[in-house]
Write a protein that binds this ligand. Sequence first.
Ligand code: SAH
Length: 241
Amino acid sequence: MSAKIRLYVEHPLGRGQSVDLTREQAHYLFGVMRLAVGGHVALFNGQDGEWLAQVAQAGKRGGVLTCLEQSKPLQLPPDLWLIFAPIKKARTDFIVEKATEMGAARILPVQTEFTNSERIRQDRLQAHAVEAAEQCGGTYVPEVADLQRLDRMLDTWPEGRQLMFCDEAEVGSALRLASQEKGQPWAILIGPEGGFSDRERKRLTGLPYAHVVSLGPRILRADTAAVAALTMWQQALGDWA
Ligand code: SAH
């Protein structure tokens, strides 16, 4: 028995567990997807894996599901952060969606000297991550952090985390990720449309934990660069192999 509909819930999941639905979830399952009592849904909460659940009560404003059995164990992504400078709304949404599908553990928007957008809607971006996880069969939802300044983040950089600094000025000097040890915490950094300032580049290249990486001889848009960098890292050090 498997369910076609996947739903993220903020609720503990386990055998026989009842899960109360929010108004939005009830609307989605019963209004949009036309599910009725007895129908099946796959649930995940980012912690307990995926559970096959059955509709016990269905209403316009709410409903109850009952967990039957675990259909997938929890699968955590590698300890990889994606740090990026937000760009236009639709492209920022794209980055969050793709980073979730590609298996980033955390998504951290940063303000750099040349970042155009001063604000983000963290709640909206988090909702995009949830939707992407529902869609891609993941059992984990990466946290989307609030916008913070890149220089402050570097001031309090966690010990032992490596940084893959994607810099279009570095053509030809690509780091060989394959020579790095697997299983280490990493972060990828993608700059804004305007690129990094000289000051930022100087600081970043001087950091002992930073590795400058080229993504080829063409200048990629930040959203393309994010997907390319995630691909490169996953292929060499992540959970693809
Ligand atoms: N500074 C450029 C555009 C920056 S592209 C300009 O104004 O013309 C946005 C970000 O994508 C960059 O900051 C970098 O992190 C990444 N990026 C794009 N192309 C890249 C490449 N060929 N190699 C490495 N990083 C790249």
